[in-house]
Design a protein around this ligand. Structure first.
Ligand code: CP3
Length: 424
């Protein structure tokens, strides 16, 4: 993590362009010579903006830049990312109590979700309805005040948008007409994705308006490998074997699928960031099913490409990887992909999480979702143990995997309260 003058930089990077924030806050586009930069925690402007009607009124080296717009009263562009607690660990900073959000925090365990879900019709109708998807994203924020909201959508929106239509049968999970060889790839085209990606991004836009200032918004996609396993299998299974079989039998052909997914993920994540996402998570739920060499080829390489492309377009956005089941390869993953942080599954030892966080990368994790079902003292004890182990380190409290439907909403409230007493 970069430091200047002994002080940590906000989000760890110099030359963080101010223009996207001006656009987001004021709806104005700044041009190159007007772009300012975040340096050592303060915004600076190279020179006064030349955009008609905009004038830099005051530059504070602490908190904000003010703009006067069309002669009307000054508008403050606060360095809002400083205020979102969730983002601080991604600048290498420890926060006490640790920020908390939970994978699948919007979902069937909440009665209000089940109600909106029934209104929407199918699961994908819910994902593609900006109004309803924004509503279910906000439901757990209203109840628990999590430090981050995660866009309500699904990783299988990408194959659906590419042209391999996805269905979610009630209580059965996803169904796709499987693609098991290179011949099936002609069904997919990046040019198909615009309409569906745009609908999801309209949800992001609504959320960036509706969320409390202190709540960060996480956008996401599935990693190419994990999405490919569903595309090849046609459903969720116990081993997602079809993708591995294809990858062994015809690595060049399988690489074409991975390339299509990598390109689509770059477009999709960029659009989410343009629409207002404050951080990005890449879910690689099936990363742990691969041997070391295959992991390098199908997990690390495409993820590294996504990270570097997103960075070149959005220099400061925190990117979080979730290579589930791959604790032994976590450091290789971090090194190989350059993500800013990782989410750790329940089987990842706290000692590994500590080591990663000590190196300055943010770590999220890793309470067992089933402990959140059983609750009671055991839940409190493990929550405390995780918070204690990660105290003083760049850490975000989370589960090791998603909340399951049988979870009591009261246990979630109990967990949030328990995490928030960790003020040391
Ligand atoms: O709150 C959130 O976490 C945001 C929304 C979100 C969903 N899925 C909603 C969802 C996110 C981030 C995902 C990611 C996702 N989807 C992953 C990666 C993380 C993981 O769980 O490993 C994967 C593999 C999928 C694919 C998927 N979606 C499956 C296999 C299933 C069926 C199993 C299940 O849990 O029901 C889904 C459905 C799904 N995605 C639901 C939700 C709330 C439940 C569907 C319903 O309401 O009927």
């Amino acid at each position: 993590m970069t430091h200047a003058g002994g002080k940590p930089l906000i989000n760890g990077r110099l030359n963080d362009p101010i223009a996207p924030y001006v656009r987001q806050t004021l709806g104005l586009v700044l041009h190159e010579p007007e772009v300012g930069y975040l340096v050592d925690g303060a915004w600076t402007i190279n020179r006064s903006p030349q955009t008609p009607g905009v004038r830099v009124k005051k530059i504070s080296f602490k908190k904000f830049v003010s703009f006067e717009v069309k002669g009307r009263k000054a508008v403050q562009l606060t360095t809002e990312r400083i205020e979102k607690r969730f983002l601080q660990p991604f600048a290498g900073k420890a926060v006490a109590p640790p920020p908390i959000w939970l994978m699948r925090q919007a979902g069937r365990y909440l009665p209000e979700y089940r109600k909106t879900r029934a209104e929407a019709g199918s699961f994908l109708d819910l994902c593609y309805s900006p109004k309803l998807a924004a509503e279910v994203t906000l439901q757990p924020i209203r109840r628990y005040g999590f430090d981050a909201a995660i866009l309500f959508s699904d990783i299988l929106v990408v194959p659906d948008a590419l042209g391999q239509s996805v269905r979610f049968a009630e209580g059965e999970g996803p169904r796709l007409d499987p693609i098991k060889s290179v011949d099936g790839l002609s069904r997919l085209a990046l040019s198909n994705t615009n309409d569906k990606f745009s609908r999801v991004c309209e949800t992001v836009e609504r959320l960036s308006q509706a969320l409390p200032r202190e709540t960060a918004l996480i956008g996401f996609c599935g990693a190419p490998w994990t999405v490919a396993t569903y595309m090849a299998e046609g459903r969720g299974s116990s081993d997602q074997a079809a993708a591995r079989e294809w990858a062994y039998a015809d690595p060049e052909g399988f690489a074409q699928l991975i390339d299509i997914l990598t390109e689509a993920s770059i477009v999709y994540l960029s659009k989410q960031i343009d629409a207002g996402a404050n951080a990005i998570q890449i879910f690689d739920s099936w990363a742990g099913s691969l041997s070391e060499d295959e992991f390098a080829r199908w997990v690390i390489a495409p993820t590294a490409r996504i990270v570097s492309e997103i960075r070149s377009r959005h220099a400061s956005i925190p990117i979080i990887g979730f290579p589930r089941g791959a604790a032994a390869l976590l450091e290789t993953y971090i090194h190989g992909t350059s993500v800013d942080g990782v989410s750790c599954d329940t089987s990842c030892p706290l000692s590994i999480m500590q080591k990663i966080a000590q190196s300055g990368k943010a770590v999220q994790g890793n309470l067992d979702p089933l402990l959140l079902v059983s609750g009671g003292d055991a839940l409190d004890r493990r929550t405390d143990a995780i918070c204690r182990a990660m105290a003083g380190l760049p850490f975000v409290f989370n589960l090791g995997h998603g909340i399951v439907p049988q979870t009591s909403p009261d246990n979630v409230a109990r967990l949030v309260e328990r995490v928030r007493v960790n003020r040391a």
